[in-house]
Design a protein around this ligand. Structure first.
Ligand code: SF4
Length: 146
């Protein structure tokens, strides 16, 4: 069966990419979005305390949704960066735990070529509403509320 990552790659046409340029590092101010599979992996790896409930408002801002998508994602720290951004690098990278948006994102994705339906953030957010991920989301909620 197709995984969330495979589905998102198919829908967005994006492939995993590594880039450490300044523009890509700037993207780590807003925590990249993970699918339910990504987030459950982080919880199981012991990172529960660095995750938080997140309301994704982009769909409303773009006039595509009339509700925010509710997810669990990496926290944004008081320094304005993602909780996993350390010394200019992603702490999760070498652990193979980087969330899907971060794995597939690249600084070449700009406002000019942003298409909502093919955007990484929307395709990851959508996974939180996909019934195929229902059991995983329930397991995440159990962990986060215990
Ligand atoms: S998880 Fe890693 S790649 Fe994603 S925003 Fe945080 S530091 Fe950047």
């Amino acid at each position: 069966m197709e995984t969330s990552l495979q589905r998102i790659m198919r829908k967005t046409g994006r492939k995993p990419i590594e880039c450490k340029c300044q523009k890509c590092k700037q993207q780590c101010k807003t925590p990249c979005l993970g699918t339910p599979e990504d987030i459950l992996r982080l919880i199981k790896a012991g990172y529960k305390e660095r995750l938080a409930i997140t309301h994704w408002w982009v769909g409303i801002a773009r006039g595509k949704l009339d509700f925010p998508v509710i997810m669990i994602q990496a926290r944004q720290e008081e320094n304005g960066y993602c909780t996993f951004f350390r010394d200019g690098l992603c702490e999760l990278h070498d652990l193979g735990l980087k969330p899907t948006e971060g794995r597939l994102s690249h600084h070449s994705i700009t406002k000019e070529n942003f298409k909502f339906g093919k955007s990484l953030s929307w395709n990851v957010a959508k996974e939180w509403m996909d019934m195929r991920n229902g059991e995983i989301v329930e397991e995440i909620i159990r962990h986060m509320t215990s």
